[in-house]
Design a protein around this ligand. Structure first.
Ligand code: BES
Ligand code: ZN
Ligand code: ZN
Length: 478
């Protein structure tokens, strides 16, 4: 069920609760909604640099938020999102179901403010059994004076991010490999993109040795999800292929992880969540871009049947890989998917993966570590979308010297490099399977998960990649 709906309203005061968002220039217009006494109080406090206000009324309340304004656009938009998040946390305390949102003059930032409000109001309450905890979700934000189309586009994007967050937060006890595939099928039916699931036999027939090797420890079969969004009049002749790492739980296998923080590895399908979220947003908004989505799905467990360090496997492409660390499993399953992507003769392939701790160490959770062979124009456009959605990216090099580190004595490749530059050697490994098409690799291990709530990012899954990719596809390919 949908948690939150954003709607466009023309008439004022549709909801008894109102949030007013303004920049300093809008202050004089507050007489439109505040009483003279409230306005007097406001002015006194504003002079003392207070910028958040709460005025209770008999039937509801007014919250007023003032931003300074006059900044560079991407940062101003981010400040508006953060301000929206701050206000909605106050609103939620009053267990309000519905709120109207209005501005006097800050129209250019109103949707960003709404976006921050919406994103910060995400809740994952499925496993709470106490009814009173379940009740206080905000259900509607009525945005005044904004074009219906723009509001519905944002509503779709928020819904897409919420699905991605929900999937990230779901524990492995629910989100097994077949369940993730099933979620894709249901989302496809609900939002209107096609989904085909390949089970173990099909994966065997395709000789996806990477996916099968990682899955060998499991009692649960792997899945390979193929999705397609084919709009009536696509702007691209050849599809854009989005590939997402779908490891529903990563113990590391025999190269087992330490138990410290292993619980976060329920979110090792963050790439899959980013791709699914993008498909939801694209289909709901009828984005005129032909998309194919590929999600290799498995868990990475420990058992007597699992692969062990030193094993040599043959990938779908025919390449052989010496597996020296079973915890470097993401690249094994992605390699098979990247090979599979060749059949579409894609205009561009982008993969999304919670691939390396090295990416987290390099950039923390503030940026996506990315690299690839796509032209500079594509990279700059993606970076631009990164700034405007504040899902920022930093490019890492794929210099051939880094490739030396994944050469194996016994096989074509080994699945780990040396102790340094781990995000890049992982990228070099993937690059090996991307011959014939322009490609980008996004290591989202840092930004996809937040251990604490922060701004409009709620605790745990953030849904990183969805807003970025939607924005990129919208502006670059249309
Ligand atoms: N899923 C992990 C990467 C990860 C680490 C994601 C921390 C999110 C937070 C991946 O499968 C992994 O274990 N990578 C190893 C690779 C290494 C063995 C070469 C890593 O980064 O330690
Ligand atoms: Zn791993
Ligand atoms: Zn992993």
């Amino acid at each position: 069920m949908k948690q939150l709906t954003l709607t466009a309203v023309q008439a004022k005061n549709t909801s008894p609760n109102l949030v007013v968002f303004i920049e300093s220039e809008g202050i004089d217009s507050l007489s439109d909604c505040l009483t003279p006494e409230e306005l007097f109080f406001f002015r006194q406090a504003y002079q003392r640099e207070v910028n958040s206000f709460f005025f209770p009324r008999a039937t509801g309340a007014i919250w007023v938020k003032v931003l300074k304004g006059g900044k560079e656009t991407a940062i101003a938009r981010e400040d508006a999102r953060l301000a929206g998040a701050e206000v909605v946390k106050e609103v939620l305390k009053y267990k309000v179901d519905s709120i109207a949102l209005r501005t006097y003059g800050a129209d250019h930032l109103l949707l960003s403010f709404a976006e921050g409000m919406a994103l910060a109001s995400f809740q994952f309450l499925k496993y709470l059994t106490k009814a009173e905890k379940k009740r206080h979700a905000l259900q509607t934000i009525e945005i005044e004076g904004v074009h219906t189309g723009a509001v519905s586009e944002l509503d779709a994007l928020i819904e897409a991010v919420f699905h991605a967050r929900r999937l990230l937060n779901e524990p492995f006890s629910y989100l097994s490999s077949p369940q993730l595939a099933q979620e894709a099928v249901e989302l496809g039916q609900q939002y209107g993109f096609s989904v085909e699931i390949m089970g173990k036999e099909k994966i065997e027939a395709l000789k996806m040795g990477g996916l099968l090797a990682v899955n060998r420890a499991s009692q649960t079969p792997p899945q390979f999800v193929v999705m397609e969004w084919l709009p009536i009049d696509p702007k691209n002749d050849q599809p854009i292929v989005l590939v997402g790492k779908g490891v529903v739980y990563d113990t590391g296998g025999y190269s087992i992880k330490s138990s410290d923080g292993m619980e976060y590895m329920k979110s090792d399908m963050g790439g899959a969540a980013a791709v699914l979220g993008t498909f939801i947003a694209a289909a709901r908004n009828k984005l005129p871009v032909h998309l194919v989505g590929l999600i290799p799905v498995t868990d990475n467990l420990v058992s007597a049947s699992g692969i062990v360090p030193g094993d040599i496997i043959t990938m779908a492409s025919g390449a052989t890989v010496e597996v020296l660390n079973t915890d470097a499993e993401g690249r094994l399953i992605l390699a098979d998917a990247l090979h599979y992507a060749k059949r579409y003769k894609p205009a561009l392939v982008i993969d999304y993966a919670t691939l390396t701790g090295a990416a987290v160490r390099a950039l923390g959770n503030q940026a996506i570590c990315y690299m690839g062979t796509a032209p500079d124009t594509v990279k700059r456009a993606l970076e631009q979308s990164g700034f405007s959605t504040y899902e920022r990216l930093v490019e890492f090099p794929l210099w051939r010297e880094y490739g030396e580190e994944i050469k194996s004595q016994h096989a074509d490749l080994k699945n780990i490099g040396g102790p340094t530059a781990g995000a890049i050697t992982a990228g070099k490994f993937l690059e090996y399977f991307t011959e014939g098409y322009p490609w980008l690799h996004l290591d989202i291990a840092g930004p996809v998960f937040s251990k604490v709530a922060n701004g409009y990012k709620t605790k745990e899954g953030t849904g990183a990649g969805v807003r970025l990719t939607y924005d990129f596809l919208k502006y670059y390919f249309t």
